[in-house]
Design a protein around this ligand. Structure first.
Ligand code: PHE
Length: 360
């Protein structure tokens, strides 16, 4: 056999070895390139056929073609084999273990003040109260006048108000309160009048919501806070009902042994007005810094709805009476958890918030 014939035979053997050794489709491609590429070994040998002895040329040509076909077939076969193997390996690698435990989804939880407000809702629900909500952006009329607080009444000083500016007045460098009396409500009491105007007697509602005041912010004052107002209007309600109700509520919230007391208070929209205290939850009544050494903590203001306010709500004070109370859920939450600074509630500090994730 000629040299060329021997070289062709040797190449077939080498090609087979190389393909057997190829472990990936990329390696098969490299073998193809080394043999059949433009300067591949087989390509170069076949180009040499032209110089071969004319007698031997036909036989060599056939041999060369046969080897090229063989190599091509072997390349495809190996490539296919490996591709199937790759798929099997991928299926193996990427298999999903249906029995593996799932990754826990991170679930949010309520803000502690919201938790307390929901608890309040539940307690009041048991006493037959429904929820009636009013707007956070109010008018001076509802926030003050209809609650028996005339424009120049000194009691306005009790509520440092955030006014909404008259459109255009800021641009002129002379901000002034909106002429239509739009303000941010300073308490939830305006919803008393809204509820009376919307509902028929007997009324038993609580009105939870956000309030705003122009406050010097410190550990116990925020410019944004919550209130839960309660209102009852009926034909035969009295201060005795108010007392009994508040005592029951205090027991429901703080336990049967909680001590309570009423003190005289003043609000323009209730008459008489009271402040309602519970025995200090921190020291139990012996006096500590939390209760300013009095042994008592004030948790709400209350009173019999003023006849003028009943009238503004559309009720005849000769026929109907009502009582109302206003609670501060922020403060109540601080008492519940021993939180020393109201600003934490609005701080968006997750280290604070996450402490209340438990069980909710
Ligand atoms: N609105 C009063 C306040 O913000 C609280 C209150 C409500 C008092 C209802 C009496 C009756 O201080």
């Amino acid at each position: 056999m000629s040299d060329l014939g021997a070289e062709l035979e040797a190449l077939r053997a080498r090609a087979d070895d190389a393909l057997r050794a190829a472990g990936t489709t990329e390696e098969v491609e490299a073998v193809r390139h080394a043999l059949l590429g433009r300067s591949g070994e087989l390509t170069v040998l076949m180009r040499g056929l032209g110089q071969a002895d004319p007698d031997a040329r036909p036989a060599l040509g056939r041999l060369a073609n046969e080897i090229r076909d063989h190599v091509q077939a072997a390349l495809s076969a190996r490539a296919e084999e490996l591709a199937v193997g790759d798929l099997a390996a991928r299926l193996q690698d990427e298999a999903i273990d249906m029995s593996a435990p799932g990754r826990p989804v991170r679930i949010g939880h309520l803000h502690p003040v919201q938790t307390l407000m929901r608890d309040l809702r539940e307690v009041f629900h048991a006493f037959g109260f429904e929820v009636f909500e009013g707007p956070e952006i109010e008018t001076e009329a509802y926030n003050f006048e209809l609650l028996n607080i005339p424009p120049d009444h000194p009691a306005r000083d009790l509520w440092d108000t955030l006014y909404v500016a008259e459109p255009g007045s800021i641009e002129l460098g002379q901000p002034r309160p909106a002429a239509d009396g739009t303000i941010l409500r300073t308490h939830t009491s305006p919803v008393q009048v809204r509820a009376m105007q919307a509902l028929d007697a007997p009324i038993r509602v609580i009105t939870p919501g956000r309030c705003f005041r122009y406050e010097a912010v410190d550990a116990s004052h925020a410019s944004e806070f919550f209130q839960v107002e309660g209102l009852v209007v009926d034909r035969d309600t009295s201060l005795a009902d108010l007392k009994g109700m508040l005592e029951e509520i205090a027991r429901a919230l703080y336990g049967r042994d909680v001590r309570t007391r009423f003190r005289p208070g003043y609000y323009p929209f209730t008459e008489p007005s009271v402040a309602f205290d519970i025995g200090c939850l921190v020291c139990g009544g012996s006096g500590c810094p939390a209760c300013k050494r009095t042994g008592w903590m004030t948790i709400l203001g209350a009173g019999m709805v003023h006849p003028e306010v009943l009238r503004n709500g559309g009720f005849d004070p000769e026929e109907f009476q009502g009582y109302a109370f206003g609670m501060g859920p922020d403060r109540m939450t601080m008492l519940r958890h021993g939180i020393g600074d109201i600003r934490l509630f609005f701080s968006a500090d997750l280290r604070f918030g996450r402490q209340f994730a438990e069980g909710r």
